[in-house]
Design a protein around this ligand. Structure first.
Ligand SMILES: O=C(CO)[C@H](O)[C@H](O)COP(=O)(O)O
Length: 230
C-alpha cells in the first residue's frame, strides 16, 4: 500500500441478513463493532435483483438514530433517489457512474442534500471513468463482484484498481465490496482499501464481532505500516 492518512472503517452489508429482522440485525452488527451500515439498494433494472428503497431506510433510521448509513445505489437513475434518501436520514449516497449521464451534477445534488458522495465502479469499469470526478467525491467504491447478489467470489484482479487509486490519492477513502472476509481482507488491505464492506462473511459468522475485529486488525496494521514509512 502507498503512504496514506486514512483510517479503517468496517461497514457490514445487510444484503444477506434476515430482512424481516432488519432493525435487530443492523443493531447486532453495530454492537459487534461495525463503524457504519452499508445498505444495498437495488432497483431490478441496473442489477437483476430488488432489495429495498427509501421507505425501509427511513423506518430503520427511526430505530437507529446515530449510526452512519451508506446507501449503495445500484439503480438506473441515481438522480431520482437523492432527495428521498436524504429525507430518510442517509449519510452517504454512493452511486454507480455507469448509468449516470451527468456525474458532476449528481455529486452536486447529493452534497446539496447534505450527504457525502460515493462513486462506485462495476468490475468491468476502469478507474479512468472516475478519475476526473475524484475531487467531487468523498469515497470511491471498487466492486469486487458483479453487483446484484451477496455471497459471490471475490475478484482479486480488482486490486489493481485499488492500488492505482491509493498510489495516486493517498488520502482518499477507498471502499471494497463483494466477497470480502477474513480470507480476502489481506489482499484488500495491501492494495490500500480502508473502507471494508463485508456481507456474508459477517452475517453468517457465529461471532460477527470476531470477524469484524480480525478484518480491522489487518487493515489497521497495513495502514500503520504505511504511515510509519511516510
Ligand atoms: O453490493 C453488494 C452486491 O451487489 C453487496 O454489498 C456485497 O456483495 C456484499 O455481500 P458479500 O460480502 O456476501 O459479497
Amino acid at each position: 500500500m502507498a503512504k496514506t492518512g486514512v483510517s479503517c472503517k468496517i461497514g457490514p452489508s445487510v444484503l444477506n441478513a434476515d430482512l424481516a429482522e432488519l432493525h435487530n440485525e443492523s443493531q447486532r452488527l453495530l454492537d459487534s463493532g461495525a463503524d457504519y451500515l452499508h445498505l444495498d439498494v437495488m432497483d431490478g433494472h441496473f442489477v437483476p435483483n430488488i432489495t429495498f428503497g427509501h421507505p425501509v431506510v427511513k423506518c430503520l433510521r427511526k430505530k437507529i438514530a446515530d449510526a452512519f448509513f451508506e446507501t449503495h445505489m445500484m439503480v438506473s437513475k441515481p438522480e431520482q433517489w437523492i432527495e428521498p434518501m436524504a429525507d430518510a436520514g442517509v449519510d452517504q449516497y454512493t452511486f454507480h457512474v455507469e448509468p449516470c449521464n451527468d456525474v458532476p451534477f449528481v455529486c452536486l445534488k447529493v452534497r446539496e442534500a447534505g450527504m457525502k458522495v460515493g462513486l462506485a465502479l462495476k468490475p468491468g469499469t476502469g478507474v479512468e471513468a472516475v478519475q476526473q470526478y475524484i475531487d467531487q467525491a468523498d469515497m470511491i467504491l471498487i466492486m469486487t463482484v458483479e453487483p446484484g447478489f451477496g455471497g459471490q467470489k471475490f475478484m482479486k484482479d480488482m486490486m489493481e484498481k485499488v492500488q492505482w487509486l491509493r498510489q495516486n490519492y493517498p488520502d482518499l477513502d477507498i471502499e471494497v465490496d463483494g466477497g470480502v472476509g477474513p480470507t480476502t481482507i489481506q489482499a484488500c488491505a495491501e492494495a490500500g482499501a480502508n473502507m471494508i464492506v463485508s456481507g456474508t462473511a459477517v452475517i453468517g459468522a457465529e461471532d460477527p464481532g470476531k470477524v469484524i475485529a480480525t478484518m480491522r486488525d489487518i487493515v489497521e496494521g497495513q495502514i500503520q505500516k504505511c504511515q510509519l514509512e511516510r
